[in-house]
Write a protein that binds this ligand. Structure first.
Ligand SMILES: [Zn+2]
Length: 475
């Protein structure tokens, strides 16, 4: 008589598991089955979860095994030991239910630790699983406490090093960091995420897991919005707050600033929101639709063409922004001419963009930087030598004067360099903005502006009044 068995093996990353790889488990239970007359392993059920203890882990093959036992496709089950098969009482009880239901099922383990087909074996199994479960729960609590402690101190915990850092998890990996920064620039300039993903795939970018497969959109997105980039320590994916309620900063070198990270996150969130409402919005053909919000009810405002303008009867703005009607989720109370608002916000964003460029330019190389640093160091050295009475004041002053003059000249040069750069980029900024497609223009706006709250203009108010707009800046 043939006894059809299901072999169950589980990959576990705990110490036992490493000694007991799946191949080893299969080999061992295969040998046990081979010496029993008629025993035939018809299918191996292999789950590669990390732990049978963690409740969130889904073991699809274990579920399939139970179903096949229940449905009579199998006459029994064989595994290395009970621990491979069921570490949680919940799983064990599901298994026991089936064994109580089908009296002739075979149960066999390599270690021969127990037999679920007998009542004694089932009692024994319950005790063993209860103990194993308690041990795992204690370990779990210990591990959680350790994780929290590390997080409180801004330290790294184990696992794969995050993308952007070297294996020590502290030093920035220049190549990976450059990729991240470029992708941030691109996103903020309106480049699509899918373009960035293909670029990375073409370059063969891999995370430290190095699966060999092309990097996924999901992975790229997680990398680009990782709070770690701005130095934030996270715990279970959230920015970890210390006892003082402030974000804990990590011990590693940051790759970007919190402000830039927030702007990037906003862009990525917006992509998600657009996916979710695709077709429902009015396609963002207008610069600020969805960015403006009604001050009366908070709803995002939409844009409409002014019909009288189309027929040539009215001068002024060709379109207007309005709060949607009550039936569309708004209050319908606020409505404003579109073009003056667009122009006003463009001007504000232009100023913000110029400031941003200025800080970038400041950081950018200026040929005199090294010399200026030297001069400043020399000055400091002289001052401290003079204070320490190593040289006389008269000597020090005589040497200081030319150095100070050189320093002042260098600083002047540096400032001129900065101004020239800012002017040059501001000039191209305006022309560039005009030429951008509306989606990219919106991306530039959203890099700086999270929302603009629009107050009603009141009856008969004809003139554009910027005080009725409240800009909520992105950073
Ligand atoms: Zn409203």
């Amino acid at each position: 008589m043939v006894v059809r068995l299901g072999g169950y093996a589980r990959i576990s990353l705990d110490k036992d598991g490493e000694k007991l790889g799946v191949e080893r488990q299969r080999h061992d239970y295969g040998q046990v089955a081979a010496v029993r007359p008629g025993w035939q392993i018809v299918r191996d059920y292999i789950d590669n979860d990390v732990s049978a203890y963690k409740r969130t882990v889904i073991r699809p093959e274990f579920g399939q095994l139970l179903a096949d036992l229940q449905d009579g496709i199998l006459d029994g089950v064989i595994a290395y030991d009970l621990d491979r098969l069921a570490r949680q009482p919940r799983d064990l009880e599901r298994l026991i239910d089936i064994f109580e239901d089908r009296q002739n099922l075979v149960f066999c383990t390599v270690t021969n630790d127990l037999d679920l087909s007998t009542s004694d074996g089932r009692t024994m199994a319950r005790v063993m699983v209860a103990f194993a479960n308690k041990a795992s729960a204690d370990t779990g609590r210990r591990v959680a406490r350790k994780h929290r402690e590390l997080a409180d101190n801004g330290k790294n915990s184990g696992g794969f090093p995050a993308f952007g850092w070297k294996a020590d998890r502290v030093t920035v990996d220049p190549e990976q960091a450059a990729l991240i920064c470029k992708a941030h620039d691109d996103l903020l300039a309106g480049v699509r995420l899918s373009t960035i993903v293909s670029e990375w795939q073409e370059k063969g970018v891999q995370t430290s897991r190095n699966t060999g497969k092309p990097i996924s959109r999901y992975a790229v997105k997680s990398i680009l919005r990782n709070p770690r980039l701005a130095g934030f320590r996270t715990l279970r994916g959230e920015i970890h707050l210390g006892r003082d309620g402030k974000p804990v900063m990590g011990v590693w070198e940051p790759i970007t600033t919190p402000e830039r990270l927030e702007a990037v996150t906003a862009v990525l969130d917006d992509i998600k929101a657009r996916h979710a409402t695709a077709g429902a919005s009015n396609n963002h053909r207008y610069l600020l639709s969805g960015i403006l919000r009604c001050s009366e009810c908070g709803t995002r405002m939409i844009a409409n063409m002014r019909s009288s303008y189309a027929t040539g009867k009215t001068k002024g703005s060709s379109f207007f922004y309005r709060c949607p009607a009550v039936s569309d989720g708004g209050c319908g109370k606020v409505s404003r001419a579109g073009e003056p608002i667009d122009q006003h916000i463009i001007n504000l964003v232009h100023d913000a963009e110029t400031r941003l460029t200025a800080t970038k330019v400041n950081a950018a190389e200026w040929p005199g930087a090294a010399r200026l640093a030297e001069v400043e160091q020399d000055i400091a050295g002289l001052v401290s030598a003079m204070n320490g009475k190593k040289i006389s004041a008269a000597t020090a002053i005589a040497m200081l004067e030319p150095l100070e003059q050189e320093r002042d000249e260098l600083e002047y040069e540096r400032n001129r360099h900065t101004v020239a750069q800012v002017k040059a980029s501001a000039a191209t900024l305006d022309q560039e903005f005009e030429r951008l497609p509306i989606e990219r223009q919106r991306a530039v706006i959203m890099k700086h502006v999270r929302a603009v709250v629009v107050r009603p203009a009141g009856r008969g108010a004809r003139k554009f009044n910027p005080d009725l707009l409240e800009v909520v800046w992105a950073a």
